[in-house]
Design a binder for this molecule. Structure first.
Ligand SMILES: [Zn+2]
Length: 162
């Protein structure tokens, strides 16, 4: 019965085994769906879009085509202001790629004015982390129109209302 021997690191380094190195070109598309697709298109135009359920009266952002409380289709698309309230926040010294940051970022749940306790996660800016409070009033700081690409990052961050 044949016996094997474990591979050693220098077996790989010295080419004693077959190995292949290549850069995969992993291109893909991601379907946003109706509601998020319209939301992102409106962001590119500098507007925040939500949806309203006339049964329970809730207005939510990001928009959904379905009210998960009433279990029915929503009724209206509504434009919302870009002013909001900080619902909660965190001071992070670690970036999204897990690298340590010298200057912390402040992810926060942003509750857009006119919505029904519905918010999304974004960043706070132009404010010292020590001065941020839950309930703080903020306003979107948008990228220049030519820089927008139909992404949540078309809003650079939310800054305190002056
Ligand atoms: Zn509803």
């Amino acid at each position: 019965m044949p016996t094997g021997s474990p591979l050693r690191e220098d077996d790989v380094e010295k080419g004693r085994i077959l190995s292949i190195t290549y850069q995969p070109r992993a291109r893909y598309n991601w379907a946003t769906g109706v509601a998020i697709g319209r939301f992102l298109a409106e962001l590119k135009a500098g507007r925040i879009l939500g949806t309203k359920c006339n049964h329970c009266g809730r207005i939510v952002v990001p928009p959904r085509v379905f009210c998960e409380l009433c279990f029915r289709r929503v009724d209206d698309w509504v434009h919302l202001p870009d002013t909001a309230t900080v619902n909660t926040f965190s001071i992070s010294h670690i970036a999204t790629d897990t690298k340590r940051l010298k200057t912390p970022i402040v992810p926060a749940v942003i509750e857009i004015d006119g919505t029904s306790h519905a918010g999304f996660l974004h960043l706070l800016g132009e404010v010292s982390p020590q001065k941020i409070t839950i309930g703080m009033r903020v306003k979107a700081v948008w990228k220049e129109p030519t820089q927008r690409m139909g992404s949540i990052t078309d809003i650079k961050y939310f800054a305190p209302l002056a």
